[in-house]
Write a protein that binds this ligand. Structure first.
Ligand code: GLV
Ligand code: MN
Ligand code: MN
Length: 400
């Protein structure tokens, strides 16, 4: 059975967004829980030992009893609002499909293997990305994580508890981290960043699969704009304290600074209170996402925004420049026949594990549209099969 026609296809109707074309599977919502249920069924069908760790990450183990550290593969199941079908689930479905293929071929593991689905990778609901993996490696404190709030004011602690996930032991899971010998995350390609040989992405390289080189430094910042809520038809312009004016300045400053320093910076989320067409808002907030190949460029963008607008963005998360394990990356690329090695502008749990010192790399599956975090995200079925084959070849090379 193909990965798209098979396991991934089972999620086709789960959490379809209002656009009818994409997916809303934000962490710990009903749609996310349905995906998590699917994970359990996939594991069960393959007779794998399932476990939910103290941070809500799902694990399916093949021969956990064997000595040695584990070869782990997987990704995440949650999505951004109106996200695509592949970002996250492709990696999980491909990992299960790889195990099914190896089982069929009577492959005998010589060390423990696991499929993982990290919780809350996108951070779309509670603001901080890669919550499950960051908690596991100790890069995010349990106090901060559990107190994160969604736009309705509900906390992550409440959302997890309501989903039946106990929060008492949330936090650093050193024992589990020590069990992971290698982590390989298969993921849909996002954008067409140039490979090491200068060609732009897998389309230009005419390759269905590539290997990840690392992840650009990136972060998220928040700016709050206070105002005085008042009547739109009776308040003279000169008497207004309208938070939207400051907000507009910051949006434009972010764009200009990104252009100046060769960075990517986005204001993709704003909150306007109370959000009435005939009221001057009482307050507004925006969130900045900024990334670049070079950390200094990102820092310069934020410095410029501060200098030009007088507003001081508050950092909500930061991920340093991340290089995947050079030995593992080179070995995987070579096993696959010298496929392109690409950087990623997108963040991933693989980056969190790499920064924690776990030998990590990624497999990237060609995306013909280059579009991601949108319904137009695509992968051809045949390329997804190449992705599974690459995962199988990687396992055969690493688990022996
Ligand atoms: C996750 O996809 C991110 O890059 O923010
Ligand atoms: Mn994503
Ligand atoms: Mn992802």
């Amino acid at each position: 059975m193909s990965v798209v026609g098979g396991l991934l296809g089972e999620l086709t109707d789960v959490g379809v967004s209002a656009s009818g074309r994409g997916y809303d599977r934000q962490s710990w919502t009903a749609a996310d829980l349905e995906c998590r249920q699917w994970f359990l069924q996939c594991a069960d069908a393959l007779d794998l030992d399932v476990e939910t760790d103290r941070n809500g990450n799902l694990w399916a183990w093949w021969r956990p009893d064997l000595p040695g550290t584990a070869f782990v593969m997987g990704s995440h199941l949650d999505s951004v609002p109106d996200g695509g079908a592949y970002d996250g689930p492709l990696g999980v479905a491909s990992a299960f499909t790889a195990i099914a293929t190896l089982r069929r071929d009577d492959f005998v593991p010589t060390r423990p293997m696991a499929v993982v689905a990290f919780a809350d990778e996108e951070g779309a609901r509670f603001g901080v990305a890669c919550v499950g993996s960051r908690l596991m490696v100790g890069a995010l404190s349990s106090e901060r994580a559990l107190g994160l709030k969604d736009s309705d004011g509900g906390s992550l602690a409440d959302a997890m508890t309501r989903a039946g996930q106990p929060v008492r032991h949330v936090g650093h899971d050193a024992e589990r981290v020590a069990r992971i010998g290698e982590f390989v995350e298969l993921h849909i390609e996002q954008g067409h960043l140039p490979a090491r040989d200068g060609r732009a992405g897998l389309i230009a390289a005419d390759a269905p699969v590539g290997v990840g080189a690392g992840i650009w430094p990136h972060g998220r910042w928040r700016v709050d704009f206070p105002g005085q809520q008042n009547h739109a038809g009776t308040t003279p312009l000169a008497a207004r304290r309208d938070p939207m004016i400051g907000l507009a300045h910051v949006v434009l400053a972010v764009r200009r600074a990104a252009q100046t320093y060769g960075a990517l910076a986005t204001v993709g989320k704003v909150r306007v209170v109370p959000g009435a067409v005939n009221s001057i808002p009482g307050s507004a907030s925006l969130w900045i996402d900024a990334r670049a190949a070079d950390e200094r460029a990102v820092r310069r963008v934020l410095a410029d925004v501060r200098r030009v607008t007088g507003f001081s963005p508050t950092e909500e998360s930061w991920t340093a420049d991340t290089a995947f394990d050079p030995g593992l990356t080179a070995a995987v690329a070579a096993h696959l026949g010298d496929v392109p090695v690409l950087p990623s502008g997108a963040g991933h749990d693989a980056g969190v594990l790499a920064l924690a010192g776990i030998p990590t790399t990624m497999l990237l599956v060609r995306n013909p549209t280059g579009i991601s975090h949108a319904p137009e995200e695509r992968a051809d079925d045949a390329d997804c099969e190449h992705g599974v084959a690459a995962l199988v070849a990687t396992i055969r090379a690493r688990v022996r």
